[in-house]
Design a protein around this ligand. Sequence first.
Ligand code: ARE
Ligand code: CA
Length: 631
Amino acid sequence: VEWNGLFHDQGPLFDNHVEPTAAQAVTLTLRTFKGDITSANIKYYDSADGQFHWIAMSWSANDATGAFDYWKGTVPASASEKYYRFQINDGSATAWLNAAGISTSEPSSGDFFIVPGFTTPAWMKNGVIYQVFPDRFYNGDPSNDVTNGQYTYAGCATEKHAWGASVVSNVGGCNSAVFFGGDLAGIDQKLGYIKNTVGANILYLNPIFLSPTNHKYDTEDYMQVDPAFGSNALLQTLIADVHGTANGPHGYVILDGVFNHTGDTAAWFDRYHWSSVTGAYESQSSPYYSWYTFQSWPDSYSGFFGIASMPKLNYGASGSAVRNTIYGSSTSVVKTYLKAPYAIDGWRLDAAQYLDANGGDGSDATNHQIMAELRSAVKSVNPNAEILGEYWGNAGPWTDNGTEWDGAMNYDGFMQPVSEWITGRDYGNNAASISVSQFDSWLHGTRANYPTNVQQTMSNALGSHDTTRFGTRAGGDIWKTYLGLFFQMTYVGTPTIYYGDEYGMQGGADPDNRRTFDWTVGSATNSAVALTQKLIAIRNAYPALRTGSFMTLLTDDTARLYAFGRFDASNRIAVVLNNDSVTHSVTVPVWQLSVTNGSRLTDQITGTAYTVQNGQVTLSVNGHYGAILAQ
Ligand code: ARE
Ligand code: CA
């Protein structure tokens, strides 16, 4: 069997229902070299009966170039989740193909998924996220700024720093008490930058509810926007403006749901007696005593990573007061903000893997039960709302059966490999370098962790508020940011721009990754920002870049070149990336995309057209740059 001719993924040309209902049979198409094979079978596991089933495929057609055969087979409709792989025979040898790749022996993992009834939001598949850390983006209302010494939190007095100054506290260990004055009014005033200049249409905000720290991951009151960021009314205005079209196309808002823990100043806990409510820390007969888990009351209790200022919520059993308050009841935190007059479009779930009962760490069935209930609660208000989990490894356990998250922050399947390939450093800025073939197989393996509709909504970022800045890992070389942007805007998943990464903002680990946005740099005249805008416009113009197939075309470890195809029934696109510091001439085997000789592919960046000859195009690509050749 000629492996180089084999191809299948769940793109529109190879799977007629990537999100099937229980009533829809799924017809799968397998590509081989013309005349290469004698038979092929779909072997699928049906979770309804716990058995494998075989379906013989039949020849159906040739491709436009006549180089390939298409074989088809149909998996019958039913409500149960299924996993499939292909067995391919040429009369003398057998090959197996599944999402993990091709092998001579039958694989035992890495199958393609069929998850009937599971849909992820179309707007996430087709959108671009802009992530804002509110205190550091823009100060739209100086009148609400915190002042020096306004609060004392865990022994740290508030420090108000001037925009652009150091993010490190003047007093040792108090970095979370350093404020700059950024707020919701500022974000609202800069929506034109986000939506038009950058071109992103989904706003993801780090936490905004009342809390004494700058990052607000230690919530004091989920029902109140922090006064230094604005007000609940201003949040409504901001959401309406993102949804509106005055500053660009209709947009979407995702808020950070920090539900594993509260802050120790939450009234339910009330460690510093700030509230008139009798909190769990104050009395064992507090109505909220069971909302937390004490090993020894009051000072020994479960917290996020054991941090005393972040006591862990005790989710108890189904129907518990905590579950109702956070997501279950009609007035719960989760539902309130999904409903009018807020109507946010989704939640990012902070530390989602840890939500549990009785101080547990989430590593058992209880966490999945909580997540399934949370999904039902979200979708009961808005079936198109997004549930984006925070997980740093393979998030398959929360995404592969359609009952928990829609997608996850893609640290493992995007940020880490991209960083190691382009910058030679991991997201923590430690030396770690991979070749392009290692990069390609890393991506292939991590895509296989997820159903296709999950892959398409994984949040793909170059950096975040928890990692070092991409610009710093790149050693300040803006060309590496260009290349990162090229890949981000052409790969499978929702591109996610951490504010400032579009111009190569510098920054080390937390808190240095949260510097103030430099408005003298972040503007349409900046070359990286302009490239970001252009790349997003190209992504928006071609559904193939969002929901098309992904096919590796070229990995050249010596010249550090990568080329891959994104394609559907309408467009065939070859993306060519040069990760070397010098210009290379690249010959791309576009015959793999069934592009015919004599047809023309146009670079969407430069406008240069290339004519296909002998199934190939040859072009010159600058160091740390790319080309997007579209037909
Ligand atoms: C603060 C200081 C830090 C200090 C820390 C500990 O800023 O300098 O080291 O305290 O004292 C929030 C704030 C942080 C704050 C933290 C604690 O944003 O600034 O740190 O609270 O007060 C793991 C978790 C993951 C978590 C990351 C950071 O699994 O959930 O660690 N991410 C979320 C948010 C954070 C937030 C919190 C959780 C808490 O995005 O911003 O921190 O609400 C591996 C593991 C991962 C691990 C990852 C990073 O890959 O697999 O599980 O993530 O490394 O450590
Ligand atoms: Ca302000």
